[in-house]
Design a protein around this ligand. Sequence first.
Ligand SMILES: NC(=O)c1ccc[n+]([C@@H]2O[C@H](COP(=O)([O-])OP(=O)(O)OC[C@H]3O[C@@H](n4cnc5c(N)ncnc54)[C@H](OP(=O)(O)O)[C@@H]3O)[C@@H](O)[C@H]2O)c1
Length: 319
Amino acid sequence: MATPSTTAMPKRRLGDLSVSAVGLGCMPLSFSHMRDERPRALATIHRALDLGINFLDTSNIYAPSWDAVGHNEELIAEALNSYQGAADLSSVVVTTKGGITRGEGETWGRDSSADALVRACEASLEALGSTVIDLYQHHRHDPSISYEEQMKAVAALRDRGYINRIGISNAQLDEVHVALDVLGGPDDGGLVSVQNEYSPRYRGESDVLELCSTLGIAFLPWSPLGGSEQAKDLGSNYAEFAAVGKEVDATAQEVTLAWLLALTPMMIPIPGATRPETIDSIVRSAHLAMTADQVDRLSATSPMGESMYPEDQPRSPLR
Ligand SMILES: NC(=O)c1ccc[n+]([C@@H]2O[C@H](COP(=O)([O-])OP(=O)(O)OC[C@H]3O[C@@H](n4cnc5c(N)ncnc54)[C@H](OP(=O)(O)O)[C@@H]3O)[C@@H](O)[C@H]2O)c1
């Protein structure tokens, strides 16, 4: 197989944008064990840019501690500002999220009221050093207000000129329909992406994936390798992914990302990484060819785990 740097990264549609078929999930770069690893974190993002990844996923709450909210966004800003490679930075799409709160003493909550989202978005703009956010994602349902109200609050951010595009995350089918009613679809400049958990381990809300595929909404599977704790054990936990890996001369992790890409052209996985060499493997996955039979064998495996946030499944009904 060609080395990643010699082959152009395939692209996928995200609303009116064209982004790398695989993005980079930046969350683990702000885990507490990475606090003293700033050069390695920057090198990881730089390697992604070098190899054609132009889609970076972050959130205001990705931070080593509650008093460092914005950490991951600031890291991305620093990585872009210090980048000296050949990638065209004007094509880089950074997406962040708002709606989850993280306060003193690590108290977590939700607030998608209009005022809270304005404050969160303003803080994200400052942390990113941007005048506008390419794609803003509503992070998680706030059970204290209706989903419709939450969507209107996100739309108001665009009316203010803070954000260019809107996505939602952790959304169930009825919530996606509410979002579509309020915002319109991707062809009307409305909802362009849904970011839900999806991996060999967890395949809930497949109805959402199907709808996204039908309507041309990008589907961004989060924790596509089962999350930082389990990613390294993918091959031993999911034997079929290792078996197909042997057949195509790839790792189980590469096969997983290639399998996701094969499920629908609207799929844009966002694996996390904390090492530049992991990026090389991620990029290899975007070039990996598998037969339809191999893809079907992987799809036929049983998801073995529940959601990484089981307390949210099922969520309270829409209010
Ligand atoms: N919307 C939400 O509610 C939500 C929730 C969770 C996550 N997310 C987003 O989804 C992104 C991805 O999820 P995640 O980071 O939790 O989990 P993940 O992508 O399933 O796993 C990340 C781990 O996989 C390893 N890895 C990545 N590619 C690999 C490869 N090709 N070969 C071997 N190992 C590989 C990395 O190792 P190294 O560290 O060794 O490089 C990293 O530790 C996050 O970064 C975040 O942006 C969103």
